[in-house]
Design a protein around this ligand. Sequence first.
Ligand SMILES: [Mn+2]
Length: 420
Amino acid sequence: MFSFLHVADIHLDSPLRGLARYEGAPVEAIRGATRQALANMVEYALDNAIPLVVLAGDVYDGDCPDFQTLLHFAHQMSRLGEHGGQVVMIRGNHDADNDMTSALRLPDNVTVLPPDKAGTWRCESLPVAVHGRSYPACDVTDNLVRDYPAPLPGLFNIGLLHTALSGRPGHASYAPCTLTDLAAKGYDYWALGHVHEFEYVSQAPHAVFSGCLQGRHARETGPKGCVRVDVGDDGLIHVEQVILDALRWDMINVSVANARSMDDLYALVDSALKSALSPLEGRPAAVRLRLHGQCPAHARIARNPERVIAQIRLMATDLSQARVWVEKVLLETTPDLNLAALSQGDTPQAGLVRALENLEDNPEELTKLGVDLRDLQAKISVSAVNLPDFDDPETRAALARDVRNMLLPMLAGTSQGPLD
Ligand SMILES: [Mn+2]
């Protein structure tokens, strides 16, 4: 019986594009997260005396700005080596062309499989062979699997591959192949990289995306880590995701439907935040909150959205002892109005409701209003200011929706009343 770790897409020191713009962002925690996650992985391997780590590509994010990133990686691999740990890796689309990584000699316990053709590494201490091929260039569009070597008899054969398989949303379709291609090789386990979500793709053969070791932005949400594979003496394989991320990105959807008052609304946000906090197990997090639902409280939100957002930020800071940073609050509530009834008749309000509905259904109508922001855009020469793109139908529809949700409560007179 033996165990190994399957790791992929570390993207060490991945740059934090645009993060400095965000007020109060824990820039240091986010900047250091990929390094901390790598250290967590090494710690886990040492604690559990795991003798082998396979890396399925994208160790680095691209060309490194200096040697610090490489030194950090080499240092962590040495820690494994000091305890007899072996590391076998391939390069993926992000680190294929990295000149600096090829300039530095990695510690002796690290083997990089070659880019020109698939190679095989045989473990001296375990009955294991690892087959794989580094990307020769960033954009590999050929099926690499067909030229992978035949399995070595009597050994546990692992295939290391950076691939999008037959396509995965949000991921370039590099090194395309099918499960049939993988199965045809007769390996025992395919350690896949490239897709940043954990996915146990198949059990016959075992083919797994470990996902990235650490989420790097608001679209890489949820627990991240690597995969631990235990191979029993009877040949049975146990696959388990090991959570190692140092900072969690999360999206919290809060239904505030029927919230009558702001107190109601904040109570719902409070309980959503609390249930999102417990799985964090104390680690820092960057969360995006989305409030949605038709509710009477919408009128109050529409009147002062900035205040609502500030209040929610404060609640998160308070509840989490400042460990949770609210990256963004999306206010997508809708007014508690019977639109069908409101749009009936000859009143000016009914006319406006119909006009707004028409705008939302036919966003091209918005261009007829003759709003031209190009002049303004030219005057605001700061690139950080993004004006809405009126050429984009989705943006236009979203704007029309916003206007409707802001105006209608006022028309219906529901925005009156004391501030709470
Ligand atoms: Mn990647």
